[in-house]
Design a protein around this ligand. Structure first.
Ligand SMILES: C[S@@+](CC[C@H](N)C(=O)[O-])C[C@H]1O[C@@H](n2cnc3c(N)ncnc32)[C@H](O)[C@@H]1O
Length: 188
């Protein structure tokens, strides 16, 4: 079992009481994302859809161990400031860069030489395909794209799943975590 510092566990448990309101991932999903980051020694992670920071905490806890960094994007400034406060409470703020704005616009203007080895998609479901198309040029070979809600919002995310499944550069599987998590491994 993963040992989590008391204050961080307190923050996670607090956030779990408002999980539906802030559309946070399930604890199982957070724990699995944390494992994936460590198993793959991820250095540069990107999260699309910060909300109040719950999944970001799980990712950053793992990145603290790998020596990596997290960039997380949220449309709403108020929500992002709550997230920043939560990251600070967990002592994770130094390894997290929070960006406020529309993810598509931010991704469109990423520097050409900015690369990630892990991307977690958890924002607007109908935009998953746009995020995928925009992030692909910035994903390293051997990198991972995980997307939440692929079972709970199957119809809305279908264009993304169809595209990633048809893409020869990716190998994809859907895991039966609470909302359905797709994991796509960049092979080409
Ligand atoms: C499902 S919640 C994210 C939950 C978070 N990943 C967690 O588990 O703690 C989705 C978030 O994405 C944000 N969002 C939706 N569309 C967005 C966009 N186009 N750009 C940036 N953020 C967006 C919403 O404001 C919302 O806070």
């Amino acid at each position: 079992m993963l040992l989590i510092a008391d204050e961080t566990e307190k923050v996670l448990e607090e956030l779990e009481t408002t999980q539906k309101q802030f559309w946070n991932v399930a604890r199982e999903t957070g724990n699995f994302l944390n494992m994936l980051v460590k198993m793959n020694n991820i250095q540069n992670a990107l999260e699309i859809g910060t909300s109040n920071g719950y999944s970001g905490i799980w990712l950053a806890l793992a990145l603290k161990e790998t020596g990596g960094q997290l960039t997380t994007i949220e449309f709403y400034e108020k929500r992002q400031s709550v997230a920043i406060e939560n990251f600070k409470r967990c002592g994770l703020d130094r390894i997290i860069t929070s960006r406020v704005g529309d993810a598509c616009t931010i991704l469109e203007y990423l520097k050409e030489d900015e690369f990630f080895d892990f991307v977690f998609i958890d924002a607007s479901k109908p935009q998953y395909l746009d995020y995928f198309n925009l992030i692909k040029p910035h994903l390293k070979k051997g990198g991972l794209i995980c997307a939440d809600n692929v079972t709970s919002h199957a119809a809305k995310v279908k264009p993304f799943l169809d595209a990633v499944n048809a893409d020869d550069d990716f190998q994809t599987e859907i895991l039966p975590l609470p909302a359905g998590l797709s994991v796509s491994y960049r092979i080409g």
